[in-house]
Write a protein of this length. Structure first.
Length: 111
């Protein structure tokens, strides 16, 4: 087999892993338990609780505020992670299309 075709096949295989992960997130987002625990419970309710906690007079020490800030940041980081997986999956979908076209061109040249 042509080494260029082998490289493209590997690229397609690797890209598919990102697409599979993206599709898993889509499946999770349709799950009522995921929505209750993560979307509603963590991204909304916990975020709101932490923001209110920042203003609580008993939570004004530097260590308490640092802990609250880290907790708020963690919510943002996790949400961003999910979004980046979806974005990468979308990019890999386009990459696979390009790789398949290139593979067909290479195979046609070699025929």
């Amino acid at each position: 087999m042509n080494p260029d075709v082998e490289t493209i096949e590997l690229s397609i295989s690797e890209s598919q892993k990102y697409i599979d992960k993206m599709e898993s997130i889509f499946k999770l987002s349709k799950n009522k338990d995921f929505n209750a625990v993560i979307e509603k419970g963590y991204f909304e309710e916990e975020a709101s609780r932490l923001v209110l906690l920042k203003a609580d007079p008993s939570m004004q020490s530097e260590s308490d505020q640092n802990m609250i800030n880290k907790s708020i940041d963690s919510i943002g980081y996790f949400r961003q992670y999910l979004r980046s997986v979806i974005q990468m999956g979308r990019m890999m979908e386009r990459s696979i299309e390009d790789d398949k076209r290139t593979r067909e061109e290479l195979l046609a040249e070699g025929a």
